[in-house]
Every structure is written in structure tokens, then in C-alpha cells.
Design a binder for this molecule. Structure first.
Ligand SMILES: [Zn+2]
Length: 294
């Protein structure tokens, strides 16, 4: 059994690592961990996470009432409480503003492409919760939509949020998200992403049980399958992963163009222009066409 004093020391250590790795600046970020079934140990508001001491922490109940501590609990306490409410299996929650992942959150680009096998087997996809004013009740509402099916998510124009079966598991997921964001950024700067094919994604998902990984939800079936095209996959019940059909190949050059980009610059030999659309743009076009037929 982990003692309270050990957990206080662990929160200090995770805060130190978050600050040292540049995931937080100034007083950003917050950390909480369950103390038994009905209490939380939580970082206080307005302190730099790189220089905390064990005695600074607050103890609250699961409704956010402060039970112990000289300081007030984190200004994002409502978001933490919502995660514990929706995920009884969560023992710890980390929130920070890692700059590359947050860049994706600002650009509105979820980390949902099938790129790295480790990410697919552990986190699955990393969606973006809709923008909400920090520290208000809007933020837990935005998080609620995704938290049942995901252990990690981006928060639009804000940062990243992770949870885990213990404190270091939640923290390492934050590291994984930032690492994944860096690799994705470099691949996109290089101008090419080879995506893992849908069949291989299914195979990797099957390995989750072999590795003892308890993912909160399965990866969605192929979103391009007949019947799913208009409805799209549901991020509430499964993890949306962009993976093209491999047709025998395990890696497929990405057919996905940067979001919002409709390219019409490739003239064929007969002067016809090729227009490439993202899956979302194509879905929108089809929906609009159907609407205009009615
Ligand atoms: Zn924040």
C-alpha cells in the first residue's frame, strides 16, 4: 500500500519532471492522485510545479471540498473531479501545456493518425476536446465527451490531459503524447508520413491483451467502411484512428493532406486538375450534396 507521504513525494517528483521537460511554464499545470477511495491529493493553485514541496499539497473529497492543506486546490480541480467521476479506474490525473502537443491543439489537428505502433497499442488515438474557458465548468464538460474512451487528450488552444492507474502511468502518458507530437511534426515537416495500414492496426490492437494493456475502449472499425461514411466513427465509444486500407501492405503513404488544404495544383497530361480532399472534407461535401437533394 502506498503511503500518503510517498504519494506527496511522487507528486513533487512528477511536477519537477513536468517543469524540467518544459511541459509547464510559470505556475501552469496540475496533478492529482487518489488517496484511498474517497479523497484526492492535489497540487495547490498558483505554484510552480518545478519547485513544490510535499507539505504544499491539498487533500479534497471527490466533490472538491478541501479537507486539509494551507493552500487552495488547483484552479482546474473541476476537470480532475470530472475525470475521476467518469473513470472509476483512474487513480491519477496530469494536466500540462507541453508545447508541441499544445501546438497541435492550437492548430486543431488531433494526434489520430496510425503512425507509431507503441502509441496505437497504448493510448490509441489522442483527440482534441473542444475549446472551453480554463478553470470554469465548461472544461469538465468538454473533457467528458472523450474521457470514457481515451486515457489522453488534447484540450483545444490549451494543453494536454492524461490519466492512469497510478501517478507515474498518468505522467508517462503525457510524455508519450509530447514525444508522439514531436515525431508527427518532424514527419510532416519532411513532407511525408507513411501510415500503418488498417489491417496492421487491427493486429496491434490484438496485441494489447498480450502486453497486459488495459485500453479504455477499442479502436473504431474502419471509418471508411460502407455505412459509416456519413455517420463517422464515434469518439465517445471507441478510438478514432486514421489508417488506410493496406491491400496487403503494412505501410501506406499517407493520403491525408494537411487539414483545410484542397490542392488543385497537379495538372495531368491532358490538363485535368487533380483535387485531393481529406476524409473530413469529402464527408462534408457528400453531406452537403445529400442535403441539397432533399
Ligand atoms: Zn492548463
Amino acid at each position: 500500500m502506498t503511503t500518503e507521504s510517498q504519494l506527496r513525494a511522487d507528486v513533487v517528483e512528477v511536477g519537477r519532471r513536468m517543469y524540467a521537460r518544459g511541459y509547464t511554464a510559470s505556475n501552469d499545470g496540475n496533478i492529482s492522485v487518489r488517496l484511498g477511495d474517497d479523497r484526492l491529493l492535489m497540487t495547490p493553485r498558483s505554484v510552480c510545479k518545478g519547485f513544490m514541496t510535499p507539505d504544499m499539497m491539498c487533500i479534497t473529497d471527490l466533490d472538491g471540498r478541501k479537507l486539509q492543506g494551507d493552500r487552495d486546490p488547483s484552479s482546474e480541480m473541476l476537470m480532475h473531479l470530472e475525470v475521476y467521476r467518469q473513470r472509476p479506474d483512474a487513480r491519477a490525473v496530469c494536466h500540462a501545456h507541453p508545447p508541441v502537443a499544445t501546438g497541435f491543439a492550437v492548430a486543431g489537428i488531433p494526434l489520430d493518425r496510425a503512425v507509431l505502433a507503441e502509441v496505437l497499442t497504448t493510448l490509441g488515438s489522442i483527440p482534441i476536446a473542444e475549446y472551453a474557458t480554463p478553470s470554469t465548468s465548461e472544461l469538465p464538460e468538454a473533457v467528458r465527451k472523450y474521457v470514457k474512451a481515451h486515457d489522453g487528450m488534447l484540450l483545444a488552444n490549451h494543453g494536454a490531459l492524461t490519466l492512469g492507474v497510478d501517478l507515474f502511468s498518468a505522467y508517462y502518458k503525457l510524455e508519450t503524447i509530447e514525444h508522439f507530437a514531436k515525431i508527427s511534426l518532424v514527419a510532416r515537416l519532411l513532407g511525408r508520413e507513411n501510415l500503418i495500414a488498417r489491417e496492421e492496426v487491427d493486429r496491434l490492437q490484438g496485441l494489447r491483451t498480450n502486453y497486459g494493456i488495459k485500453a479504455p475502449a477499442p479502436i473504431c472499425p474502419d471509418p471508411t467502411a460502407v455505412g459509416d461514411l456519413l455517420a463517422g466513427p464515434d469518439p465517445v465509444t471507441c478510438q478514432v484512428v486514421q489508417a488506410p486500407e493496406g491491400e496487403g501492405r503494412r505501410l501506406v503513404p499517407s493520403p491525408i493532406e494537411p487539414r483545410g488544404a484542397v490542392l488543385a495544383d497537379q495538372s495531368g497530361p491532358d490538363g485535368d486538375e487533380e483535387i485531393r480532399l481529406t476524409y473530413r472534407e469529402l464527408s462534408t461535401l457528400i453531406e452537403d450534396a445529400i442535403r441539397s437533394l432533399r
